[in-house]
Design a protein around this ligand. Sequence first.
Ligand code: HOZ
Length: 429
Amino acid sequence: MSKSEMLFQEAARFIPGGVNSPVRAFGSVGETPRFIASANGAYMTDADGNQYLDFVGSWGPMILGHNHPAVLDAVLNACRQGLSFGAATEREVEMAELICSIVPSIEMVRMVNSGTEAVMSAVRAARGFTGRSKIVKFAGCYHGHSDSMLVKAGSGVMTAGIPDSAGVPEGCTQDTLTAVYNDLESVEELFRACGSEIAAVIVEPVAANMGVVLPEKGFLAGLREICDRSGALLIFDEVITGFRLSLSGAQGYFDIRPDLTTFGKIIGGGMPVGAYGGRKDVMKLIAPSGPVYQAGTLSGNPVAMAAGLAQLQILRDTPDFYEKLNRKGDSFFEGMKKAVQEAGKPWRINHVGSLGCIFFTDGPVSNYAQAKTSDTEAFASYFSYMLGHGIYLAPSQFEAMFLSAAMTEKELEGFLETFKIYLKESQAK
Ligand code: HOZ
């Protein structure tokens, strides 16, 4: 028995399902989770000493690769000065100024500890600002695991087939309305029915928790227009796209200005961090400057701030960082697409910049219903094959592949070679 298998058995005795977050249990791909012992650059090493080229990157934040020396140094130095104060620090000011200077729509920002918390708080701010209670979200978009967002959600709940989660009282979701991604008419319909009660529309500007689904031309601009017309706020959940598609995230990439934005792990450089920010007139309502309460002892934690600042400064100061990473992503995912076509398979590759995924289905995938047509058994066999050949992918059809700047052309070509062999072998079956 491998050490990962032993650890998983032991873990299951003390941790529900043996893991601290469901997707990493590898349940939908019929594998035992690999227990990771260490990671460096583009690779992770498991408890048995197996090395994997890592396409998860802690679900996005390791955009520079693991253990970037500048981030590591910043963390170690910060640790020496104290781990947590629960008090204001200079680094938080630096972080807030940095984010506001990088992302034009953000005039004020509040640090929290996760994307879930950021969304929960942004939704509260939107409700406080508008005095309205309803929120529009899109089927298949995942905005963390707070009660009101677990409605037709993506990510782990989609993988587990429980998009509406048990344990969420009806009262908590009665104000959550769902629309169809890329279908503006479905949004208009909700606004026609109860527009004056809608506080906000929240959207992943590139949906990356039902696999990767791109916004069609005009979709995000259409949402902006509907919100402007009706007095609702537009919230971009940039937990995945923030500081990934461009320095100013998807909003910079697609040139749409949301009212509020939520960020997650990427601004912590791997430490537990989230943030929400946006228009000053909205953010000023947050306590203690206003009546919308939101708080947290660990918010703006000094070690997390040090890691995040170091990472964001590198992203800001490295010439052509995003041009290079996005070019690398384009040629990689186009390579996957070509391999699939040459193998005569109808499967779809959706991608933008350094984010992408394969859907084992033969039609386009631009919403939740289409994403769900993907053959998850085929995904599981692809996943196992790649894992067995040293490639660590997100263990679910409904997650994204993340490229990092630490991946070389040679490593990406290595992936494509393995993928082609997989395609050939799966053809023979
Ligand atoms: N899709 C999730 C991150 N946005 C997966 C990570 C998790 O749930 O642990």
